[in-house]
Write a protein that binds this ligand. Structure first.
Ligand code: GRG
Length: 328
């Protein structure tokens, strides 16, 4: 079990309290981002963007980014404030607020991807997170354009937040490059294209892994890389934390397939869709038990990378387990 340390004493890590505190910080950072960004948008696009960005969600990508930052700061010192445990109260949890501002650049990309993914021309989903999707409330055109406006907004958000953290120009560029690469053809969008291509066809394990490493895994891995880069991680530590991100990213998708096959629409906050869309899934490929075993194997792989990173992060340890134990 993950433990946190205080005065040399090991205490059990309270994941629920941690997630609540970090989600509140992420949501405050999203509000700061919207306060800067929304006034520049035409009025008709403001509604779908606000809805897409603020309507719930686990906030996993920014939380992983912040935690990678904390983990690296804890062992390497470095820029942006003293390393401190995630339990520290206050707006940044012991970190400058700009760390969360940087991290929410990932959530802006994630929000746009869900807005577009739910459109009638894609998954045609009327519900997500238990509420109507932005196009149901604000229409398809405003949601399409509002979602597209979040892509450049995310790049600017990351660039400006990294500037406020005093990060050097080469590292700032690398942060934005990491985000753009994960969101683009070699990452999320490319993975989505593979997903569409694969509908109605039984993909092999290797093809399914490649699809999800791109579609879901790339942005989750970028979260780890961005947090670690911003805190000044050494190359081996950066590489190990990215390895953690890759394993957690795939574990996340295996768990997603298990939830789609086994959870109720009420618990999921949306209609399960894999069977209707004839999607290849880990459950179809390995069976529910086989998929659970695969998720467990990937969590162990992630924990191996974490230990190799030389950081002492009860939160990253607990998050790896949470990714497969979650109920939505
Ligand atoms: C341009 C029309 C058009 C479409 C592009 C980019 C794109 C559509 C889709 C990206 C694919 C995608 C939606 C990937 C994410 C898949 C996924 C696992 C989403 C759920 O993530 P969670 O569980 O969501 O983290 P919450 O609700 O917690 O934020």
């Amino acid at each position: 079990m993950a433990e946190s340390r205080e005065s040399g004493v090991a205490l059990p890590f309270d994941l629920a309290a941690y997630l609540k505190a970090e989600r509140d910080r992420v949501e405050a950072a999203l509000e700061r981002a919207l306060a800067r960004f929304l006034p520049r948008l035409p009025g008709a696009l403001q509604g779908p963007v606000r809805q897409g960005v603020t309507t719930g969600g686990k906030r996993l990508r920014p939380i992983l980014c912040v935690e990678a930052y904390r983990a690296v700061l804890g062992v390497e010192g470095g820029r942006g404030g003293a390393g401190s445990p995630s339990e520290v109260p206050g707006p940044g949890g012991g970190l400058p607020e700009a760390v969360h501002d940087l991290a929410v650049s990932l959530e802006l990309i994630h929000a746009y991807s869900l807005m577009h993914d739910d459109l009638p021309c894609m998954d045609d989903a009327p519900l997500r997170r238990g509420v109507p999707t932005p196009h149901m409330t604000h229409g398809v055109e405003a949601t399409l354009l509002g979602g597209a406006s979040l892509i450049p907004a995310a790049g600017l958000q990351g660039w400006e937040a990294a500037g406020r953290l005093g990060i050097s120009e080469p590292v700032r560029r690398e942060l934005v490059r990491t985000l753009a690469q994960a969101a683009g053809a070699g990452g999320m969008v490319g993975g989505q294209a593979l997903d569409l291509e694969g509908e109605g066809r039984a993909l092999e394990h290797r093809e399914l892994d490649a699809l999800h490493r791109a579609k879901t895994g790339a942005l989750l891995t970028a979260a780890l890389r961005m947090g670690a880069l911003a805190a000044g991680a050494s190359p081996p530590r950066l590489e190990a934390l990215e390895g953690y991100g890759r394993a957690v990213g795939l574990a996340f998708q295996v768990a997603d397939d298990i939830l789609d096959a086994t959870a109720t629409a009420e618990a999921l906050g949306k209609k399960p869709s894999d069977v209707a869309l004839e999607k290849s899934t880990y459950v179809r490929l390995l069976g529910a038990e086989g998929a659970r075993a695969e998720a467990g194997r990937l969590v162990e792989e992630a924990l191996g990378h974490l230990s190799r990173s030389g950081t002492d992060s009860p939160a990253l340890e607990a998050l790896a387990r949470y990714v497969v134990d979650r109920e939505r």
